[in-house]
Design a protein around this ligand. Structure first.
Ligand SMILES: Nc1ncnc2c1ncn2[C@@H]1O[C@H](COP(=O)(O)OP(=O)(O)OP(=O)(O)O)[C@@H](O)[C@H]1O
Ligand code: SF4
Ligand SMILES: [Mg+2]
Length: 339
């Protein structure tokens, strides 16, 4: 197994809202092995962006890291001073924010924005930065002749590629990409994911791929961490997650998204209901109200994340029955029956 680049242990992050706390990430633990793509998947509001932002410590003013550790290459990101953290950003860990394709400044040419990062963060001189910008555009498949365009002259896919180029500018060890292909059509999604995969292999990068779409995970991720309502509920290699999920939420997610390979054929079964309020979450399993397999134990006692099989972590009281539950979960009526 590859060496661990990032190890997150018992991480909790809360947002202060008035006198209350929204605990957006609650006791999360997982590892990112060197040179792998790790998916962070779950539905809207489960804490993916909060987790991704905590890794670069670019968090909202009302956010607070409430405990836990983020060991990256021998240092705890949660404990670093702002100055030391700043030195790591772009150079060691870079972040592609959600809606990155809209994050380029419309007022400046794309080239200027890339060169600024290379000069500011990489200490490059102008000519060197210009040459690197050309190289980066070639890497992500944009004609360097377009460098002097303004962002509005780019298509959505090109702007997303430019955001990826920016993230790779200083050869980071880890790229955290928050929903990098969400707003794009399936063909462009595939092209960009193929490119990212190619670059990841060529450069030996580690990537955290944040997505709500399990078909993106299936397409590109080596490992997958499934989040539900601020908790990590399953964590294993992607093939195992897709073929032998142990958590009912993972089983449901699989039914709910079209396959990127088959471009959306097949019946989709959404998971009825919505996640719990993170200000006052239920005392038992957070998925219990939507889970077709919930028991009284589930409703009363929170399941801990445990290693149910080698290198396969899950938080479910019924994980030992997963083979049987998987068969039942394949039937759409199983999910339709939950109110
Ligand atoms: N600044 C904030 N103040 C208060 N609550 C917040 C803040 N930012 C996020 N939240 C809440 O924290 C929870 C997690 O949000 P987060 O953005 O991390 O989810 P997400 O999984 O990235 O969702 P999406 O798929 O919609 O991007 C949600 O309940 C959200 O409403
Ligand atoms: S612990 Fe119970 S409610 Fe929660 S996912 Fe497992 S079976 Fe469903
Ligand atoms: Mg998000």
């Amino acid at each position: 197994m590859a060496e661990t680049l990032l190890s997150i242990r018992d991480l909790s992050i809360a947002y202060e809202v008035g006198s209350k706390d929204v605990v957006a990430v609650s006791g999360a633990s997982f590892d990112v092995p060197q040179g792998t793509i790790v998916g962070l998947v779950g539905e809207s509001g489960c804490g993916k962006t909060t987790m991704a932002r905590a890794l670069t410590r670019v968090i909202a003013d009302n956010a607070r890291i409430d405990g836990g550790a983020m060991q990256f290459d021998g240092q705890d990101l949660a404990a670093l001073s702002e100055r030391d953290m700043n030195a790591l950003r772009w150079r060691d860990i870079s972040f592609i924010p959600q809606s990155a394709m809209n994050s380029l400044d419309p007022v400046y040419r794309v080239e200027y924005q890339i060169i600024e990062v290379l000069r500011d963060r990489g200490g490059m001189r102008k000519a060197q930065a210009r040459a690197r910008a050309v190289e980066l555009f070639e890497m992500v498949g944009i004609d360097p002749g377009r460098l002097r365009d303004f962002p509005h002259q780019f298509s959505g896919g090109m702007r997303q590629r430019a955001a990826i180029a920016l993230a790779l500018a200083l050869n980071p060890k880890l790229v955290v990409a928050d929903e990098p292909v969400t707003a794009l059509d399936v063909i462009i999604q595939r092209q960009i994911l193929d490119q990212l995969r190619g670059l990841q292999r060529e450069l030996g990068l580690s990537v955290i791929m944040v997505t709500h779409d399990i078909s993106v995970v299936a397409y590109i991720c080596d490992r997958t961490v499934v989040m539900y309502a601020g908790k990590v509920v399953e964590n294993c290699d992607t093939a195992t997650l897709l073929n032998e999920p142990l958590h009912p939420y993972s089983m449901g997610l699989k039914n709910a998204f079209p396959d990127l390979q088959s471009a959306g054929t097949g019946v989709l079964t959404p998971i009825a209901g919505s996640p719990p309020d993170l200000i006052d979450p239920p005392k038992g399993c957070r998925f219990a109200a939507r889970c077709p397999f919930a028991t009284d134990l589930c409703r009363n006692t929170e399941p801990a994340l445990t290693e149910a099989a080698p290198d396969h972590h899950v938080a479910c009281h019924r994980a030992s029955e997963a083979a049987v539950l998987r068969e039942t979960a394949k039937d759409p009526a199983t999910w339709g029956a939950v109110t």
